[in-house]
Write a new protein. Structure first.
Length: 95
């Protein structure tokens, strides 16, 4: 699934069910993906500032964010296919 821009992705996670899935997945996501995603989406930081925070390049910040976004989208799709009653199953799936 390819989302063209940030607004499209943000609107995808607006509904409460998807937001809960995103937060549940973020809780278990590896660093630096978790922090970069959180800074970009919830902190609304531009890639330039994220790159500076990590002492990395602008390209690194973008690639890291898009990899995190891809993992989250795949998890949301998987969870919705499974019927979304994912309580208690996340720990075993992510590790």
């Amino acid at each position: 699934m390819h989302l063209a821009n940030q607004e499209a992705f943000t609107s995808k996670i607006i509904d409460e069910e998807s937001a809960l899935l995103v937060h549940r997945f973020l809780h278990h996501m590896r660093e630096p993906y978790k922090e970069v995603f959180t800074l970009r989406v919830f902190g609304e930081l531009p890639f330039e500032k994220i790159a500076v925070l990590f002492g990395k390049t602008l390209n690194w910040a973008r690639v890291t964010f898009y990899r995190a976004k891809k993992e989250i989208i795949e998890y949301i799709m998987y969870a919705k296919e499974k019927g979304c009653s994912m309580q208690g199953t996340m720990d075993s799936e992510v590790e």
